[in-house]
Design a protein around this ligand. Structure first.
Ligand code: ADP
Ligand code: MG
Length: 235
């Protein structure tokens, strides 16, 4: 599903530059659930943003579902993002003047899906994350965990090939974090490929594989025994 080879990325500021990714090689097959770990500043978000076609590498190759991702104009990049990828962020990134339902149907609007079908699909995904009764509520009326569920429903609405989550539990307390991870595990159990950036060990162990980033390279890449978020929540 994802293949990257010898990926490099630097940021340039003024006279200096910061070499953040220094030759990343990584593959993920369909159905995997991978944690990307590393200390703050190790380049996790940089890598995820490149995988999400929100940013481009300076060097190296990236294939997403066998499609080469390189030198895309913004229109094609947006099309691929819409078609292939769902995003979940630490800060939810919901539109605060729109209802939960409207937030979830937003990506469908951009795909040109007609209003009736849009609403149907958005309701389906809100129901899937347990928030059917909250469809008309604004983000400000929802708890952190509920906001993240709406964000997950929005990410799923366009039925992406890959779900990319950057510290999805970073703004949540432990119990709520585990509830959100339980939801994400359920989505992976249905076959969705998922990448979760986290710096928390317990969250990483709720994935099936852990990749460790340090100083711009992958220092380990290990299949792990997946810990059930549901069980962990009840300990
Ligand atoms: P992580 O997500 O692992 O905390 P990031 O990928 O966000 O790390 O950042 C890696 C390094 O790159 C950090 O030192 C950060 O300050 C720097 N960085 C990230 N984005 C930019 C940017 N747009 N411009 C300049 N430096 C950046
Ligand atoms: Mg980050």
């Amino acid at each position: 599903m994802i293949q990257i080879k010898d990926l490099h990325k630097s940021y340039h500021m003024g006279s200096g530059s910061l070499h953040v990714l220094k030759g990343i090689n990584f593959e993920a097959q369909e159905g995997e659930m991978v944690a990307i770990m590393g200390s703050s500043g190790s380049g996790k978000s940089t890598l995820l943003n490149i995988l999400g076609i929100l940013d481009e590498a300076d060097q190296g190759s990236y294939f997403l579902d066998n499609v080469p991702i390189k030198d895309l104009n913004e229109k094609i990049a947006a099309k691929y993002r819409n078609e292939f990828l769902g995003f979940v962020f630490q800060s939810f990134n919901l539109i605060n003047y729109k209802s939960a339902l409207d937030n979830v149907s937003m990506p469908l609007y951009y795909q040109g899906v007609k209003r009736k079908l849009r609403t149907e699909k958005a309701m389906h995904y809100l129901d899937k994350v347990g928030l059917a009764d909250w469809a008309t509520h604004l983000p400000s009326e929802l708890s952190g965990g509920q906001k993240q569920r709406v964000a997950i429903a929005r990410a799923l609405a366009s039925n992406p090939k890959v779900l990319l989550a950057d510290e999805p539990t970073g703004a949540l307390d432990t119990t709520t974090s585990y509830e959100v991870m339980e939801l994400i595990q359920g989505i992976n159990d249905e076959g969705k490929t998922i990448l979760v950036v986290t710096h928390e060990e317990d969250i990483a162990h709720m994935c099936k594989r852990i990749v460790n980033l340090k100083d711009g390279i992958i220092i380990s890449d290990t299949i792990v025994q997946q810990v059930s978020a549901k069980q962990q929540a009840n300990v």
